[in-house]
Design a protein around this ligand. Structure first.
Ligand code: ASP
Length: 337
């Protein structure tokens, strides 16, 4: 008798597959799987209609649309997700409008120190650079670390030298000087003891992709936070904090007050909620941004895509430059709603 109860118990257990498999399968069953999808961001902060000029709005929308179009062309052609992330981020890094590459903000010493990372959801390979100052496109340096070194993260001078050895484009640090960012630093310094607005504190660019082969990839690139201490490294180059990708769950790129994103392991937390708790992408991303981070006082947002091409772009600031493209639909958004 006891034995048959034991076997009945075993039978019931075998009817209930592991929660991980079950939830991912159910999630796939619920939604139609898209052949490709991509989401980009250009930073979160106090971005409202009231403090925006029509010219700036148009200029930002133009660059983001260009990035979406480039991404879609590559995705349609079957380009690998990591490659798409790199090329799309180049467009944002080469624009002075975003806090990454050319438009990177200044640190306390009036220098530009940039961070970037990239991750491949197929094999969990990742690469990152922190505090670099001569690499025109830090996202490419992150990719080179991933593909051509034994390491995941290089920082400072070592990363700059590595990028040069890899034949990446090197520029004089003065390339990153923009009048606008210099003025921001002066403003921020002048009221250093007062509360800074979110926009003055940060910004960043990121891209997440589901490619035609079903692979997920994520990348993030930033100048960090205006007036940051020299050699300060934020969440953007930290795998699991600012960037994460896993084909079984999602690809995530974050923007916001980096110290919080590091402490709450934000990008990995989204993946973990999906993997261990069976959360949908939407629930997992809302939970971290609107609940956990918000309660802690961590401002910012993230972009994410899952294996079915579902996307999420939550933020707890007034606005976030964001855009997405999937078959038949392309959109750039800035404000809430
Ligand atoms: N997260 C970036 C950092 O803390 C800044 C940002 O996203 O705005 O360096």
């Amino acid at each position: 008798m006891r034995l048959s109860i034991f076997f009945l118990f075993l039978f019931l257990c075998s009817c209930d597959p592991s929660s991980n498999e079950r939830t991912i399968t159910n999630m796939n069953a619920k939604t139609e799987k898209l052949p490709y999808a991509m989401v980009i961001h250009g930073g979160a902060g106090t971005i409202t209609k009231a403090n925006m000029t029509p010219e700036k709005e148009a200029a930002i929308t133009k660059v983001m649309t260009e990035a979406l179009e480039k991404g879609e062309t590559l995705l349609k052609a079957g380009t690998d997700g990591v490659e798409v992330v790199e090329q799309v981020i180049h467009i944002l890094e080469n624009s002075p409008l975003f806090n990454a590459g050319k438009g990177a903000v200044f640190n306390f010493d009036g220098k530009n120190e940039m961070d970037a990372s990239i991750m491949n959801g197929k094999d969990l390979m990742a690469g990152a650079v922190g505090g670099v100052s001569t690499i025109k496109n830090p996202i490419s340096a992150a990719k080179a670390v991933m593909q051509k070194s034994d390491h995941v993260m290089l920082s400072g001078k070592g990363a700059d030298v590595f990028a040069k050895e890899q034949g990446l484009e090197i520029v004089d640090p003065s390339y990153f000087f923009t009048e606008n960012r210099k003025k921001s630093l002066e403003r921020v310094k002048a009221k250093a003891k007062k509360k800074l607005t979110e926009q003055e504190k940060h910004g960043t660019v990121g891209c997440v992709v589901l490619d035609k082969n079903g692979n997920l990839a994520a990348g993030t690139s930033t100048g960090g936070m205006t007036n940051k201490r020299w050699n300060r490294i934020g969440d953007s180059p930290i795998i699991g904090a600012g960037t994460y990708a896993n084909n079984n769950t999602c690809a995530v790129s974050c923007t916001g007050h980096g110290e919080y994103f590091i402490r709450y392991a934000v990008a990995y937390d989204v993946s973990a909620m999906m993997e261990y708790k069976g959360s949908s992408l939407e629930n997992a991303t809302n939970e971290i941004i609107h609940n956990k981070l918000k309660k802690a006082g961590g401002t910012g947002g993230l972009i994410a895509v899952d294996a079915d091409g579902n996307i999420a772009m939550p933020f707890n600031t007034e606005g976030m430059y964001r855009g997405y493209v999937k078959p038949g639909k392309k959109e750039v958004l800035i404000y809430k709603n």
